[in-house]
Ligand binder design. Structure first.
Ligand code: FUB
Ligand code: ZN
Length: 704
């Protein structure tokens, strides 16, 4: 760990007022600029996603909490608690269904911070009344037991906590509750949720631990570690941080030891990412948070090792993690199947959490390369463009068996999307001392103190569709030098991921340039950043240009599933072939040319308009062909096409090849036009296509 990390510990206030909107991850050497300080242009790529989240996803999730019995569980628990007799409620669903309510409130609270909405606030207050009514007098809040203590949920165990290391999720529910309650408090200043969460957290601190009479258990599903660290910051109560630390330090030392939930070894001894991917990612993120707040370097060494293992052996090209549905888990090293890839949406969110925190600890742009890859591909693939249909697994290949759904019995992914998307603006910038980091590219205006002085910066760009980014200092009260650190993405520098798991396999070479007030400037990259240090003044402009072109990627020879195949990406976007754009042949029987030449098509409608709020338009994306977005709104992105050969068998059994044009769309946008074939890794050899054809055959036999 670097020195500044430890030095920064001295700067941590004992308690950070939740309302003060500090950099959102105190304790870290680098502080992210909070999402509340970054206003994204409404009509942009991310502006559209934020709007869909606000206007569609979150209302939809609340309505599902109503119709799918999530609220009813709280009501039943409340009634049972006040009844002298057992009301005989049958405990249905999952033992963590309460968290759908919490996660949706968390997302709505983030929305309230940027879009105050009294009606929404009142709605949440009314939900909190039934949540509060379900809380037992000593703070315990777990409807799956309280609604029928004699016959609780099958996973709950006979007594509190006894099954938490397996599947009761009592501590998982606490984690999501705390995250949501702190967010709600920060948004509204009201304590009605925070008080509930504090009461449950106090119950846990009292009853779970290594002391006499306590249950010595750790969370069967991690998240409480991150959440309790956050509660410590919101309240200043050290006991929450200590409990989070207990959860980490005791892991792998209690009676229950399973790789499934990373209890196979003490956390400090873990080296490989194993087991349930969401649990794992949340644990690694929790280790980073607790390390940042306690100075415990052992956690950092452990997650450094595990991160290496993930990026070099267990990461999909889409940034997805968790290869197998068996245990929703990481596979073995290099086990990255495409058709059966699990890549749960929640795991992609977890991967963003981990890489963000690794960056905040170490300050290297490589973590953002992984974060950006995950964000633009395997994460947003989990929610439709309209915000109303979700994927739980995000496979990299389909025969048509996958379909987006409006909700799931186990609804962890849609409700996680509710809380993640509104927080995206908080990933764009960060500060450390006199440095302002520009980590993601999207049109916005940002207001942040650097060395205690306000700096207002605007960013104009049509990224991810073109690589022109303009940064302008709109205001600065800073008289000293500020180092503007602009991330130069790995995909421009010729590095697909920070490992040898994937490599570009073409002779394209991309460059970038930076102009300061019209003059070209040069800088050695420092940890992946282009640095301009100067006394900035209002009106200073930096123009960054990243060459953006379709690139062909190959996987490491040990990834059996990708041999003889290539993936195609352009900028941060991974592409796929999907059936509607490729009529007349099966995309599973197509051979891409060895040196494919791609044609780009950009929509006539602007591809993620390039303006920051209140500013004039900046270079419109250009391309050789312009196509209109469909009336349904599908589109608005760059498509690619390349010559290929479609193979089929003639009536006499002979192989027929036909020249076709294979069209590719961004992976995140697949399955908006009904189920059907989709493929990310495109065959380039007959051997690979042989596997495809036998996959198709097996699928047809299996599904007919
Ligand atoms: O166990 C709670 C959530 O349900 C997990 O995070 C998801 O993987 C799903 O199993
Ligand atoms: Zn999920």
């Amino acid at each position: 760990m670097t020195k500044p990390f430890l030095l920064s510990m001295a700067l941590i206030p004992a308690a950070v007022s939740a309302l003060a909107q500090p950099a959102s991850q105190p304790g870290y050497p680098i502080g992210p600029v909070p999402f509340t300080s970054v206003k994204i242009a409404p009509d942009s790529f991310w502006g559209q996603r934020l709007k869909a989240s606000r206007e569609v996803t979150i209302p939809l999730a609340f309505s599902k909490c109503e119709s799918e019995g999530r609220y009813e569980n709280f009501v039943k628990a409340g009634k049972q608690m006040h009844s002298p007799v057992n009301l005989g409620y049958e405990v249905k669903g999952f033992s963590f269904d309460d968290t759908d309510v919490y996660k949706t409130i968390e997302g709505a609270s983030y929305v309230l911070q940027t879009y105050p909405d009294k009606k929404l606030e009142r709605y949440i207050d009314s939900v909190l009344v039934i949540v509060a009514a379900a809380q037992e007098p000593d703070g315990y809040l777990y409807t799956a037991r309280t609604m029928n203590p004699e016959r609780p949920h099958a996973w709950a165990g006979e007594r509190r906590w006894v099954k938490d290391e397996e599947l009761s999720h009592e501590l998982y529910n606490l984690g999501h509750m705390v995250d949501a309650a702190v967010a709600h408090y920060q948004a509204t200043g009201k304590r009605n949720f925070l008080d509930i969460a504090v009461k449950y957290a106090n119950c846990v601190v009292r009853e779970v631990g290594a002391g006499p009479g306590q249950a010595c258990v750790v969370p069967g599903h991690q998240i409480a570690e991150m959440a309790l660290a956050r509660l410590y910051l919101a309240t200043g109560e050290k006991k929450y941080l200590e409990e989070a630390r207990f959860f980490l330090d005791e892991r792998g030392k209690t009676a229950y030891r399973e790789a499934y939930n990373q209890t196979h070894l003490p956390v400090l001894e873990q080296e490989e990412a194993v087991g349930h991917a969401v649990r794992a990612a949340y644990m690694y993120a929790g280790m980073a948070d607790v390390a940042a707040l306690t100075g415990e370097e052992g956690y950092v060494h452990a997650i450094d090792r595990i991160w290496e293992n993930i990026v070099s052996k267990k990461l999909y090209i889409t940034g997805g993690i968790g290869a197998t549905s068996a245990g929703e888990a990481f596979g073995a090293n290099y086990e990255l199947p495409n058709l059966t890839a699990y890549c749960e949406t929640c795991a992609a969110i977890g991967n963003v959490y981990v890489n963000h925190r690794m960056y905040l600890l170490h300050g290297d742009a490589k973590y953002y390369d992984v974060l950006e890859r995950t964000l633009y591909n395997g994460l947003i693939s989990g929610v439709s463009l309209e915000g109303n249909a979700f994927f739980y697994p995000n496979p990299l290949e389909s025969m048509g068996q996958h379909q987006r759904q409006a909700w799931f019995g186990c609804a962890c992914c849609p409700s996680n999307i509710c809380r993640f998307i509104p927080s995206v603006p908080g990933y764009v910038y960060a500060v450390k001392d006199n440095a302002l980091y520009v980590n993601l590219f999207m049109p916005n205006t940002m207001k942040q103190k650097v060395l205690g002085k306000e700096v207002v910066l605007s960013q104009r760009t049509a990224y991810p569709w073109n690589g022109d980014v303009e940064l302008e200092v709109d205001k600065t009260a800073l008289r000293k030098e500020m180092a503007l650190k602009i991330r130069i993405p790995g995909w421009v520098r010729g590095e697909v991921v920070p490992s040898d798991l994937y490599a570009f396999a073409d002779d394209v070479s991309l460059g970038y340039s930076v102009l300061l007030n019209g003059e070209k400037v040069e800088s050695e990259l420092v940890d992946g950043y282009f640095v301009i240090t100067r006394k900035w003044k209002k009106g200073d402009k930096v123009r960054v240009h990243f060459d953006m072109a379709p690139r062909v990627v190959k996987a490491h020879a040990a990834v059996a599933a990708d041999q003889g195949r290539v993936a195609v990406e352009r900028g941060p976007i991974v592409y796929c072939a999907e059936w509607p754009d490729n009529p007349g042949f099966s995309i599973h029987s197509v051979l891409l040319n060895q040196r494919p030449h791609f044609r780009e098509a950009v929509p006539l409608a602007p591809v993620g308009p390039a303006t920051a709020p209140g500013t004039a338009a900046f270079p419109a994306p250009a391309g050789p062909v312009a196509v209109p977005a469909t009336p349904s709104g599908f589109g608005g992105f760059v498509t690619l096409s390349a010559p290929a050969q479609a193979l089929s068998f003639g009536p006499d059994g002979r192989l027929i090849t036909r020249d076709v044009e294979l069209t590719l769309i961004p992976y995140y946008a697949w399955c908006h036009r009904g189920p059907g074939e989709m493929l990310v890794w495109l065959p380039q050899t007959l051997q690979a296509i042989g596997t495809e054809l036998s996959n198709t055959l097996e699928h047809n036999i299996f599904f007919q």
